[in-house]
Ligand binder design. Structure first.
Ligand SMILES: [Zn+2]
Length: 349
């Protein structure tokens, strides 16, 4: 797309005609859930998804799950996706990813547990892992998935001042401080509906602020699909340096409808693109995600390219000298054409 300097190979090799694009960044996924591809019912909502995932927990630690993740990475790579922010719930899986040569990216260990002793167990696992793995980053899941103690813990053990959190993905999240609604009912069902005084009757964003979650230099706010304009104003004021990670196909799969496009696009937040997992999205290819966003008619094509490439390199501090380039043979320089000629030839930068 004419971004940046051309790769060296460009001058010395005879290449087919096509379009050259720098590697795409998937700013949010869970590769460990790849094995659940096509297993989460459409329109099941957030609580339905959480339920479906927890019923498959044993499958997630299997060799099949690891093969499924490698397959997703390989397929997305052919379509130009090269760098990931991977969020794993399982310390073994994140250790496994470290050994996968095809994987490039940040590895986060998500500490899931809303009530003790679950949250304490997860914090202990996190503590042990960061001692042996110097790259893994501890992170909370969401306001309803991680207790206030976990929020404070990840803040205390922060690494690279980088944090990723699912935030305001669905309207039901607003009901959490009032201890009602679908998410609260789901927490009750799994024995995790603890009445935290830190959260009760509070505004969720103020709660996160008080736990130190907004003190990070790099803050990945995943989804914000159900954030009200007043909440976007609050974030614009308090954390204008945060990034908003859009996972359009996953939202659509769960029938979550975004009404705040323009408020977010006009805010100072940096837009990045993720796929969420291949459980709620057909795959982890950012190119497919970009095309789906384009089809909404809300975001310009140039801004979508920016979000998947240079904004992401800047935000995630990825050195541009490490970025590979991909040639899409026979494609014309439009997202629609590139997405339809998705099999790329890799050209190292
Ligand atoms: Zn996610």
């Amino acid at each position: 797309m004419g971004f940046g300097r051309p790769p060296q190979d460009f001058f010395v090799k005879s290449l087919p005609e096509g379009v050259i694009v720098p590697g795409l960044v998937n700013a949010h996924t869970h590769l460990e859930l790849s094995v659940l591809n096509k297993k989460i019912p459409e329109g099941c909502g957030l609580a339905g998804m959480a339920e479906a995932i927890s019923s498959e927990r044993t499958l997630l630690s299997s060799a099949t799950a690891r093969r499924a993740a490698i397959e997703q990475i390989a397929n997305a790579f052919q379509e130009g996706t090269w760098f990931y922010n991977d969020i794993s719930n399982n310390a073994e899986f994140t250790g496994f990813l470290r050994s996968v040569p095809e994987f490039t990216g940040n590895r986060f260990l998500e500490l899931l547990g809303f009530q003790s002793p679950n949250d304490e167990q997860r914090m202990q696992i996190g503590k042990e892992l960061i001692e042996s793995d110097h790259e893994v980053i501890l992170t909370p899941h969401s306001v309803y998935g991680s207790s206030p103690a976990i929020m404070r813990f990840v803040n205390e053990y922060k690494r690279r001042s980088l944090l990723s959190i699912h935030l305001l993905e669905s309207m039901e999240e607003h009901d959490l401080p009032h201890e009602r609604g679908e998410i609260w009912e789901f927490l009750k069902k799994i024995g995790q509906a603890y009445r935290h005084t830190e959260i009760r009757q509070k505004n969720l964003l103020e709660y996160l602020y008080l736990q130190g979650i907004f003190s990070y230099k790099k803050l990945l706010l995943v989804h914000l699909s159900s954030a009200y304009p007043s909440e976007i104003d609050y974030l614009s004021e308090v954390v204008p340096h945060a990034a908003w990670v859009l996972c359009q196909r996953s939202n659509e799969h769960l029938h979550i409808q975004r009404k705040n496009w323009q408020a977010l696009l006009n805010s100072p937040l940096t837009m990045l693109i993720g796929t969420d997992s291949a459980a709620t999205s057909p795959d982890v290819s950012v190119l497919k995600e970009m095309y789906q966003i384009l089809k909404q008619g809300q975001v310009s094509e140039s801004r979508i390219w920016q979000a998947a490439t240079f904004s992401a390199y800047d935000y995630l501090e990825i050195s541009q000298s490490h970025v590979p380039y991909f040639l899409y043979p026979e494609a014309r320089p439009t997202l629609e054409s590139i997405a339809s000629h998705a099999k790329a030839i890799i050209l190292r930068g």
